[in-house]
Design a protein around this ligand. Structure first.
Ligand code: F6P
Length: 525
């Protein structure tokens, strides 16, 4: 059973949303706050360590109701049920979509083609656990009998962005191993990484779902050649001590020379950009230890349960997806910016770019017809406060409306109080500034007060902030493995809801193929 095929623009709720948009498109959020003293509470959702304040959006209760109706008319509940139960909702690739099974903590069966996948998922977790422990405690040795000190993850796209982002995000929880990532086919990149590595103490983790990806195979071959160069006095039989692989393509992995015991399998029902919960996350488990990796999976599972079981009006991923559709399809906003207020999450925006844009960057609907409405948004971002000294000028005063997700943490990890207070003051200030802006009168008064009266005529228009710019504030207690799992799963489900409502197939990625084909032709010519 696959997803229903419903053109969102033909639904009753879409028509109501269009009429409603015409009425409220110019409404000022300030007046909405004035009318409702409890607006902040009324537009806040909580889940575990998470609080989503979405009060600073150009919405009313009525908007929300129409958006929720749209979710219902799109049969979102039916889609969620199919998503979690192993139905082949990735129709164009004839596959189930079961990254959620990788973190499932219930004792239920989840079947693909009549076979329960939970036993193989559990088996794979045991293998990840045993292997990570042995590398971390030094029982696993490199070819010359020395303990491993460095891990190199070789992969690209989903086989790089997820592990890279999580390893960096959870650096605070890291052990003595140093993790490196090689992704780009740029030979200078791999050379720079290898320059400082000792082959005796380095473990190479080749991650490729297909094991046919040009970038990954080229980099892996270069690394193998370096490893086997005569100066190290190594032979091909040493490869089994320093190379492991994660893939669905076992024959190709063996052909590369990886020993059977060093192969970690994954399955075609796990999409690349959703694969960090599988053995693709091996570098994560090596970096922070299996217990932390498992806690990370449990966090994601708790968000799965929230998403599956919470009524839409209290459901965080559903709410974020609906708000995103509201701006994208009615305000024609096109892009969304994500600003995490922690340096640890610097790689979250590139991860979300693949997650959202590779999933929902489609212009043909589930009927095979060209859509006449907008689908996937452009996702971008950087950390606060760095973003404030770079692109936030455009978000505050530019000609475009750019909805923002601010992500902040109540507690810092090392407890530098002074820094954290300043960081979080900026977190609050950015959302406030976008929403309130600064009027002509306020600028006038301000300049007068600062003794700049003589410049008022010249500078006043440039110092006005129109305000009324939307943002969501996601406040999380602390950056822990569990909460990071919750956060990533939240964005996965937001992406899913958007794809369901836009009536597109979110789990294929044919759009990356043409460039690959042409690159091969250019190479051959
Ligand atoms: O860019 C296309 C893509 O197929 C992604 O979806 C995937 O994450 C990446 O390439 C890497 O693929 P693989 O893991 O098969 O090497």
């Amino acid at each position: 059973m696959t997803l229903k095929n419903i053109n969102p623009t033909k639904t009753e709720s879409w028509k109501k949303l269009q009429a409603h948009f015409n009425e409220i498109q110019s409404v000022q959020m300030k007046s909405l706050f004035q009318k409702d003293n409890n607006r902040k509470e009324n537009f806040t959702l909580t889940f575990d360590d998470f609080t989503l304040d979405f009060s600073k959006n150009r919405i009313t209760e009525e908007t929300l109701q129409y958006l929720l109706n749209l979710a219902n008319e799109s049969e979102l509940q039916d889609a969620i049920q199919k998503y979690f139960s192993g139905n082949k909702i990735n129709v164009t690739e004839d596959r189930a979509v079961l990254h959620t099974a990788l973190r499932n903590q219930n004792n239920n069966t989840i079947k693909v083609d009549g076979e329960d996948v939970m036993p193989i998922v559990k088996e794979s977790l045991v293998k990840i656990n045993t292997f990570s422990d042995s590398v971390i405690n030094g029982a696993f040795k490199g070819f010359s009998g020395k303990k491993i000190t460095d891990i190199v993850n070789i992969g690209i796209g989903g086989s790089d962005l997820g592990p890279r982002m999580v390893v960096e995000a959870l650096h605070y929880y890291k052990n003595h191993l140093t993790t490196h990532f090689i992704s780009n086919i740029d030979g200078d990149h791999v050379t720079e990484v290898l320059k400082n590595l000792n082959p005796e103490t380095t473990l190479f983790v080749i991650v490729s779902k297909t094991f046919t990806t040009q970038e990954t195979l080229t980099n892996a071959e270069t690394v193998k050649k370096w490893f086997l160069s005569s100066k190290f006095e190594t032979t091909t039989s040493d490869i089994k001590h320093n190379f492991v692989a994660v893939s669905t393509n076992l024959p190709k992995v063996k052909e590369f020379g990886i020993a059977d015991k060093n192969i970690f399998t994954m399955w075609n029902w796990v999409g690349g950009r959703y694969s960090l919960w599988s053995a693709v996350g091996l570098s994560i488990s090596l970096a922070i230890g299996f217990d932390n990796f498992n806690t990370f999976l449990k966090g994601a599972f708790s968000m799965d349960e929230h998403f599956k079981n919470t009524p839409f009006e209290k459901n965080i991923p559903v709410t974020l997806a609906l708000l995103s559709i509201w701006y994208n399809n009615f305000f024609d906003t096109e892009s969304e910016v994500v600003i995490p207020f922690t340096q640890y999450l610097e790689k979250l925006p590139p991860f979300l770019q693949q997650l959202s844009m590779e999933s929902n960057g489609k212009s043909v609907d589930r009927n095979g017809e060209k859509v006449d409405y907008q689908t996937g948004n452009i996702i971008w971002g950087n950390t606060g406060t760095n973003a404030q000294h770079a692109f936030m000028q455009l978000v505050h005063q530019g000609t475009k409306i750019i909805p923002v997700d601010f992500i902040g943490f109540e507690e810092s990890l090392y407890g530098l109080k002074d820094h954290h207070e300043k960081l979080m003051a900026n977190f609050a200030a950015q959302a406030q500034a976008l929403y309130t802006g600064k009027t002509k009168e306020e600028v006038h008064l301000d300049m007068k007060f600062k003794g700049d009266s003589d410049k008022i005529n010249q500078l006043l228009p440039f110092k006005i902030f129109e305000g009324n710019r939307p943002s969501n504030s996601i406040l999380i207690k602390k950056l822990t493995p569990k909460n990071l799992g919750v956060l990533i799963a939240l964005y996965e489900h937001k992406t899913f809801v958007q794809g369901v409502i836009w009536n597109i197939y979110s789990f294929d990625q044919f759009g990356v193929e043409l460039g690959k084909e042409l690159a091969n032709k250019f190479l051959a010519s």
